[in-house]
Design a protein around this ligand. Structure first.
Ligand code: MV4
Length: 454
């Protein structure tokens, strides 16, 4: 087992990793930027090392600084959390070369899944369905027109290097295609440094459902069920839950076995998530794989009782999976609301001092946060300030519990997404579980702004 783990992250996920380390009896090293001197991950870790100026590229993304901190503190492993260096194949490779265990999959697996076109080809080879389309980057106008014709309009243009849905374009007919492709390529070049885009069938009323997986270094693989993540805004997830209203025990067993087999065949290790786009006829199409612990992992923890971060650490230390598939039970309904410090009208981050803070509690309520009263949210990082996660015996109970917990969540001094969440929870379509791609856009269009947000 590891003696000491360096946590290469900040905010709630750094705290989340530190708490599992404490329970495992593993010492922790926090790294922090000059903007994070008063952050809680610095306080709760056994040691803390400043790794640079506030800007992420100078600190949390600075590979030489992070590796130096690990060497200086004699850490035998690094946990990258999510974001920052968590899906950098290069960083994982530097860790491997420095004989510091990267808590995650191999650099090779990160690189494979990071190339979205290659990942789709590989998963398709292993038996997962992918949407009809070009599969790879489109190079000529002729190729674009032929592909769109073959799959039939509407189609969607996505960046090969993108992932997470940034820079997507929906095209309804032949006349729009070439202009949309040019614009998408220019945007992709600007955002990701590479212009390559691909074309695939556009699915109306799509759902986003993902599967949590866990694999050890001895060939053991299990799945921990799905998460429904269809409530998104500008490709940021807002609410996640389990079970999805369209999941059945049969579908879970059947599709679970399929994803487990695919992960075995590709030789994946660590925790990971397979994301699917699901159409109205319950067809699952593989979109991409995330090779990190995800923001929404507590949803799975509440319905399975598994500590995913603890198990991720045990697996990285070479231990066998601590659970067998048949021992896992899914209990009740879990739901997570991501609370961001942002302006409800402009959607811009709302950094600054939290003057009043009260986090809700009570049965079935969990709050993952690194914020506190008088904490000053720095303007340099992600605006997530808390994850409010609830568990109930039914979806209805979970929704009512979430509503009362949101009501008892007091954050003053900065603007947050709490009012937006309360509005979504009250939406009749959401309550029925009729959630899909466009729901939130509809909700936002039909809203009388200031009044309902108040
Ligand atoms: C799609 C799609 C429809 N058809 N792909 C991809 C990344 C994710 N953040 C959104 N993505 C989508 N890809 C095809 N071929 C619709 C979306 C989509 C979406 C999907 C599920 C839930 C909410 C969504 C919101 C916007 C777009």
């Amino acid at each position: 087992m590891f003696r000491k783990i360096l946590v290469a992250n900040r905010g709630e996920i750094a705290l989340r990793i530190i708490l599992s380390c404490k329970e495992l009896g593993i010492k922790t090293v926090a790294v922090f930027s000059e903007a994070d001197r008063h952050a809680l991950h610095v306080r709760f870790a056994d040691e803390a090392i400043c790794i640079g100026p506030p800007k992420s590229t100078d600190s949390y993304l600075n590979i030489p600084s992070v590796i130096s901190a690990a060497e200086l503190s004699n850490a035998d492993a690094i946990h990258p959390g999510y974001g920052f260096l968590s899906e950098s194949g290069y960083f994982a490779e530097v860790c491997e070369a420095s004989r510091i265990k990267f808590i995650g999959p191999s650099s090779e697996a990160i690189r494979l899944m990071g190339d979205k076109a290659r990942a789709r080809r590989e998963m398709n080879r292993l038996g997962l369905h992918v949407l009809p389309g070009s599969g790879d980057a489109i190079h000529t106008d002729k190729e674009a027109l032929a592909t769109a014709e073959a799959v039939g309009y509407p189609v969607i243009i996505k960046a090969v290097a993108g992932g997470g849905g940034r820079g997507m374009r929906v095209v309804h007919n032949r006349g729009e295609l070439l202009v949309a492709l040019k614009t998408a390529q220019a945007e992709a070049a600007n955002a990701f440094g590479v212009p390559h885009c691909y074309i695939e069938k556009f699915v109306e009323k799509a759902r986003h459902i993902e599967f949590q997986l866990m694999a050890d270094e001895h060939g053991g693989v299990i799945h921990l069920g799905e998460r429904e993540c269809s409530i998104q805004r500008r490709h940021q997830k807002l609410i996640e839950e389990r079970p999805s209203v369209l999941m059945t025990p049969e579908l879970l067993d059947q599709f679970g076995a399929t994803v487990v087999r695919a992960m075995k065949d590709v030789g994946y290790t660590s925790v990971g998530t397979l994301e699917f786009l699901v159409d109205e006829r319950k067809n699952f199409y593989f979109m991409e794989m995330n090779t990190r612990i995800q923001v929404e992992h507590p949803v799975t923890e509440l319905v399975t009782g598994v500590d995913l971060v603890r198990d991720q650490i045990l697996i990285a230390a070479g231990e066998r999976l601590p659970h067998r598939q048949n021992d896992l039970q899914f209990r009740g309904h879990a739901m997570e609301c991501r609370i961001n410090a942002e302006d409800p009208v402009t959607h811009k981050p709302s950094p600054g001092k939290i003057t009043t803070w009260h986090a809700p509690g009570g049965p079935g309520v969990r709050v993952d946060t690194a914020a506190y009263a008088e904490y000053v949210i720095p303007p340099f990082y992600d605006s997530l300030i808390a994850k409010l996660v609830v568990h109930g015996s039914t979806r209805d109970e979970a929704i009512r519990r979430m509503d009362r917990a949101l009501d008892m969540f007091v954050v003053e001094g900065v603007k947050t997404t709490i009012p937006l969440h309360r509005q979504i929870l009250r939406n009749p379509q959401f309550r029925k579980g009729d959630i899909y791609t466009k729901l939130l856009e509809h909700l936002q269009e039909h809203r009388a702004p200031a009044v309902e947000m108040a």
